[in-house]
Design a protein around this ligand. Structure first.
Ligand code: ADP
Ligand code: ASP
Ligand code: MG
Length: 411
């Protein structure tokens, strides 16, 4: 049995006309002899609507019930699409995650997939031409509905492809593939034909929402080549694959990413002694909050400051945790800044090239942009800057690293 997994994002399923386009692609797969697993997101705007609705009912909605709520966006998409497909003679069946089942942890709103039972899926594929699966959802050990974090349908798609050992895995979205940076921010962005898992991981973890980071982790772990392409054009898109397989372009930097979802927290005047960092970050980790950049100032008279970033949605909880352990760590005060953004340059070529950081810092200096924090990995450099300069920074860096489309002088 040849299996193709296709995932369609929110804009691709926003209404009857667009679903009809999706159905044409699904029928093409069937006509080529594939059994299709079609993963759908909620129609664009629906998840946001449900999240906002919950906030009207409570300022701090219970995460377990939030998942019961927001998973419904995807339920609507799969049911409507299956109604359409069946009405046109396609042997299709809709499936919510618990019906497969897709088992996840019980970290509501940011659950991780633990396992997918492929027995029922394969049996159902024998009897149907297309299984229409709700993205973004799972079921935990208590039998409760969970969700995989924003953009989680990508992860459902790739995880299903890995579970059934699909022959093809395609992620359909509203742009032609993975670009050197967000084409909506920089018109000189270029589409990449191929990108390595590692580079895509760094771009995704730095805020490029074209693929959810967990989906790339799955793709790399199970060696699933993923093609990112547009629902609305015939462009072949971008292949996300192993570095060796990729006919990588000879670029030091392959992409620029930004992330407006972070905020900065500084804990002032903590004791500079063993165990303080463990106390701070251990307490935060227990609540499953992802800390990103961390800087500890040099110590003066046994006292230091600790600065780090967390997702904005986790700020209140982070501040509450720090308040609880304030006496233990001897902190004088805690301050935060919501108006920050991360901008990152990513490229495997960085491993063999020096001077990337200085080009980045100079490009930001030339635009008068101040750097608040810096962090580096083997193939990434990230600066935290004032949020209001993020688009300017992306365009300046894109140009400084020679990524602009040839026909365009500047973004
Ligand atoms: P979907 O609803 O199909 O999952 P998303 O909105 O989650 O789509 O992701 C696609 C969007 O990602 C694009 O519209 C684009 O604005 C944004 N994006 C950010 N960085 C990149 C990049 N490097 N390449 C392509 N798209 C990017
Ligand atoms: N509907 C979810 C979201 O908006 C999941 C997804 O689209 O991938 O985040
Ligand atoms: Mg998405």
């Amino acid at each position: 049995m040849k299996i193709m997994v296709q995932k369609y994002g929110g804009t691709s399923v926003a209404g009857l006309e667009r679903m009809q386009k999706v159905l044409s692609r699904v029928r093409k797969g069937i006509s080529e002899g594939y059994k299709m697993i079609v993963v759908l997101s909620a129609m664009s705007g629906e998840t946001n609507k449900l999240l906002a609705l919950a906030k009207e009912f409570s300022a701090n909605p219970d995460p377990e019930e939030m998942d019961s709520l927001v998973a419904n966006g995807e339920n609507v998409s799969i049911a409507l699409f299956s109604i359409l497909a069946k009405s046109q003679g396609v042997k299709a069946k809709s499936l919510q995650a618990w019906q497969i089942p897709i088992h996840t942890t019980d970290a509501y709103m940011k659950a991780r997939i633990i396992s997918i039972d492929d027995t029922k899926l394969k049996a159902m594929l024998e009897e149907n031409d297309a299984l229409i699966v709700a993205g973004f959802q799972g079921v935990d050990c208590h039998g409760r509905v969970t969700t995989l974090g924003r953009g989680g349908s990508d992860t459902t798609g790739v995880a299903l492809a890995a579970a059934v050992k699909a022959d093809v895995c395609e992620i359909y979205t509203d742009v032609d593939g993975v670009f050197t940076t967000d084409p909506r921010v920089c018109s000189a962005a270029r589409k990449l034909d191929v990108i390595s898992y590692d580079e895509m991981l760094e771009l995704a973890s730095s805020g490029s929402k074209v693929l959810q980071i967990r989906s790339v982790e799955f793709a790399k772990k199970y060696n699933v080549p993923v093609r990112v392409r547009s629902t609305f054009t015939d462009d072949p898109g971008t292949l996300v694959t192993q570095e060796d397989d990729a006919m990588m372009e000879d670029l030091v930097i392959s992409g620029i990413a930004y992330d407006r979802d972070q905020c900065r927290v500084t804990v002032y005047k903590v004791k500079d002694k063993p165990g303080v960092a463990a106390a701070i970050f251990g307490s935060i980790a227990k609540k499953r909050i992802l800390v990103d950049m961390i800087i500890q100032n040099t110590s003066s008279e046994g006292i230091t400051d600790m600065t780090f970033t967390v997702p904005r949605a986790d700020l209140d909880q982070t501040l509450a945790i720090l308040e609880e352990i304030r006496d233990e760590i001897g902190a004088e005060s805690v301050q935060h800044d919501l108006h920050v953004a991360k901008v990152s340059v990513v490229g495997v070529g960085m491993r063999n090239h020096s001077g990337v950081a200085s080009i980045m810092f100079q490009a930001l200096r030339d635009e008068g942009i101040n750097i608040k924090l810096i962090s580096t990995s083997e193939i990434k450099i990230t600066c935290l800057i004032d949020e209001k300069y993020v688009e300017l920074a992306v365009r300046a860096l894109h140009s400084a690293f020679g990524l602009d489309k040839q026909e365009t002088a500047a973004c």
